[in-house]
Design a protein around this ligand. Sequence first.
Ligand code: ZN
Length: 278
Amino acid sequence: MLARLTIYGLTEKIIIPIAQIASGEPYGVPPRPEMTAPQLRRTIATACRILANAGLAEDILGHVSARVGTDTILVRCRGPREQGLLLTLDEDVRQVDLDGRGDELESWSVPTELPIHAEILRARPAVDAVVHCHPPAVLAAALAGVELRPVFGAYNIPAARMALDGIPVYPRKILVRRPELGRELVAAMGVAPVCVLSGHGIVTVGSGPHAVEQAVVRALNLGLLARVGVEQARLGGRPADLTPEDIAELPDLGAAFNDLNLWRHHVARLRLTGLELD
Ligand SMILES: [Zn+2]
């Protein structure tokens, strides 16, 4: 069964997979051939390092995945010499199916919260990459009841638009370790590009040939919104929302500017600190 939902100003097909689950039919869309598997593996490993280096993933928790086939993904797994997201290696990114099985796993284990990735990718054919991490500022904002409102504009237009569109919240403070919990999260997220998991972290998604980069930049922007919100609350400020006139003057500078330039900037920051992969 297909349903077309319009939430937060976005329109996207979302599959409600009850019938497919019952029948065991495969989900998903054809593979995206833009990137070879080694390139995508490197991009996912770099994504993990960027998230950690930016303070969105403090230690060993968090993971990034990308769709590579109808029922297969590359996902950051935990290996025998796990050292945390900041030191993710290409070899930590393994190919598995959406149930977390695969010949490639060897001594690596899939994330306990693989259902976050699997259920989003099953339900949303347009999504090609998923980021999950635990940014401290988002946690603080959610626990303090700080609403992530559109209080700034040109300072960061994609982040402002994210706040304008509305950021859904999955209210349960649990480990999303079973498919039915993943589907609860999918339902709370709707077709939004981001979701706050209260008392837990965030999920962001990306689409197209630069899906991983897009999902990472969305995570960075959500982290920024939370930091600004927490700081405003600490200062006792209650800034006004953007006016319609100012919103109308905020251009969309495009994915090449918003996502890829920022991605390259963060790769360069890794290089400066000696953390870029060889
Ligand atoms: Zn988590």
